[in-house]
Design a protein around this ligand. Structure first.
Ligand code: PNS
Length: 175
């Protein structure tokens, strides 16, 4: 009898990479592409409402979803699905039949926040596994908020975001 049969646990072949993606960065793209290497089916879940500090987003939900779809297509990752979600992440995962949540970790500061979320998700939905991938050191300092800040001051962020996002940022902050 296999370990899976002994524990009764289902094999995880569909995972969710959740986030606010305001906007998607090359750090996010790295995590998504590495997640796709690990799991046959990956859904990127874009949170509708607010970021972790409780503020609204710079880009609308539709814009964030569209930027991700375009960036993934440009990277040859069109088989990664992108869906918006509202409400609890674990409910969204149950709704689409995904049994894992994958997030990237850059530093210890990420770890504390992510551990709290993973613990909470585990409390609400013990059937969903949290999986962490270490971010590529190349992108260790890259975040959506850093990208927005630099771009809003008129500086170039082409080395931090996919080309389609770079274009959107220029339009957004020159408007
Ligand atoms: O890009 P972020 O800000 O790290 O993404 C955070 C996100 C959207 C994954 C997290 O806030 C989330 O899961 N929100 C949905 C609401 C929820 O399920 N809350 C309970 C777990 S913290």
């Amino acid at each position: 009898m296999s370990t899976t049969e002994q524990t009764g646990a289902a094999r995880i072949d569909h995972v969710v990479v959740p986030g606010t993606f305001d906007p998607v960065t090359l750090g996010h793209m790295d995590v998504i592409s590495r997640t796709r290497k690990l799991f046959p089916r990956v859904t990127v879940a874009v949170a509708a409402s607010v970021n972790k500090r409780g503020r609204g987003t710079a880009f609308t939900l539709e814009e964030r979803v569209e930027m991700l779809r375009q960036a993934l297509a440009e990277e040859g990752l069109s088989d990664v699905e992108v869906l918006p979600f509202t409400g609890l992440l674990v409910d969204f995962c149950h709704g689409i039949g995904a049994l894992g949540v994958v997030k990237g970790l850059r530093a210890m500061t990420d770890f504390e926040y992510e551990l709290q979320q993973a613990d909470l998700n585990c409390h609400m939905a013990p059937d969903i596994e949290s999986v962490f991938v270490m971010s590529n050191p190349k992108y260790g300092y890259v975040s959506s908020s850093i990208v927005r800040e630099i771009s809003s001051m008129g500086s170039d962020v082409s080395s931090l975001v996919p080309p389609c996002v770079n274009q959107r940022l220029k339009e957004h902050y020159s408007a």
